[in-house]
Ligand binder design. Structure first.
Ligand SMILES: Cc1ncc(COP(=O)(O)O)c(C=O)c1O
Length: 364
């Protein structure tokens, strides 16, 4: 007997491969595979999370009103134009469900973040991937846009490459799109690139354009990956369509409370940002000294070119107690992505990397 068949596009979904947690040996592993905040979560967020446990029997505020107000104050946004999700992943899902119909497609750059394709296929759409290098290629993206394109996705900074597309290029991409195409600017790593004068986080463009949705997350700088809070900001019509299909209680009370507190904890955010900026500069220096190629980093990770033996190198690092991210499923089989950890973790990582390079060369 055959059970029900899912719709055709579901068969096209390559299941998401999360960063591994455990090491290979018996000692506890240092997890550098999911671009989380190495300093943990803000103590104020943890306190707010605990305090919210007194209201676990109540449904959440379906509008996430406190968080909505806090975010609109922080970024000078119109609160009515925000849409919340259980992580920005859910925001992508809502956008795809709202704007893709049968036969429609999304366009994404080379080495695109895997969740977008899942969201597109789940909504019944197709995925067109532009050619290009580690920095998104605007002309190649525009060349893929056809009559059936409804959404163009761009992460800035990008994952897994960690590169920035300069603001002028993002604007050129937007200007090249028909108004019926929604440009989603995924800013999961926006805070880590804020010091780059060529970078813009997309909120200003989303404020003025009828077809731009800028998304952000509390999973990275704010250290709340477990709680799943993300948001999008866009034109009233775009956000209204997404809110119509959003299940009303998708951001839990503890998650919203912790996110509000995290947003207010400027000291923790500044310390987290400093750790990433210092940590990536230091690792970049080490890699240069050891003659390893890497993609210049703008987010909270560095993507290193190891060579054809990258998978073996990943296993050897795990045996040393350092779990990093292999990128074969992103079409980068010779690269490994390493999240920036604490100072101590990164010093240990450098020593482990150094030992492996001394013992085996580049696993070529
Ligand atoms: C580019 C990019 N966008 C979005 C996300 C998802 O973040 P969230 O935890 O908000 O779903 C990630 C997480 O790794 C990411 O790398």
């Amino acid at each position: 007997m055959r059970g029900p068949s899912p719709k055709k596009s579901i068969a096209l979904v390559a299941p998401y491969v999360p960063g591994k947690s455990g090491g290979a040996g018996s000692r506890p592993a240092v997890k550098l595979s999911s671009n989380e905040n190495a300093l943990g979560a803000s103590p104020r967020a943890i306190e707010a999370f605990r305090a919210s446990s007194l209201a676990l029997h109540r449904y959440p505020d379906s509008q996430a009103s406190s968080l909505r107000e806090a975010l609109s104050r922080r970024h000078s946004l119109d609160p009515a134009r925000l849409v919340f999700g259980a992580g920005s992943d859910e925001v992508f899902g809502l956008a795809c469900q709202a704007f893709l119909d049968e036969g429609a497609n999304i366009v994404q750059p080379a080495y695109a973040f895997a969740a977008w394709a899942i969201a597109a296929h789940a909504a019944g759409g197709a995925v067109k991937t532009a050619r290009g290098g580690f920095v998104a290629d605007v002309d190649a993206l525009l060349a893929e846009v056809d009559q059936e394109t409804r959404i163009v996705f761009l992460a800035n900074p990008a994952n897994p490459t960690g590169t920035v597309l300069p603001a002028g290029e993002v604007e050129r991409l937007w200007r090249g799109l028909p108004e019926r195409v929604l440009l989603i600017l995924d800013g999961a790593y926006a805070e880590f690139a804020a010091d780059d004068p060529a970078y813009a986080d997309g909120l200003a463009l989303a404020a003025q354009a009828p077809n731009v949705l800028a998304t952000r997350t509390f999973s990275k700088l704010y250290g709340l990956a477990a709680l799943r809070v993300g948001w999008g900001y866009g034109a009233a019509g775009v956000v209204d369509a997404m809110n119509r299909i959003r299940f009303p209680f998708n951001v839990s009370t503890p998650a919203a409370a912790a996110a509000c507190a995290a947003l207010e904890d400027g000291e923790f955010c500044a310390r987290s940002l400093r750790r990433v900026v210092e940590g990536r500069a230091r690792l970049a220096l080490f890699l240069k000294e050891r003659g390893l190629d890497f993609i210049p980093p703008a987010a909270n990770f560095i993507t290193i070119r190891i060579g054809p033996g990258a998978a073996d190198f990943e296993r050897a690092l795990a045996e040393e107690g350092y779990v990093v991210r292999g990128l074969a499923n992103y079409g980068l089989p010779e690269h490994l992505r390493v999240s920036i950890g604490t100072e101590e973790e990164m010093a240990g990582f450098e020593r482990a990397l150094g030992r492996l390079l001394d013992a085996h060369g580049r696993f070529a």
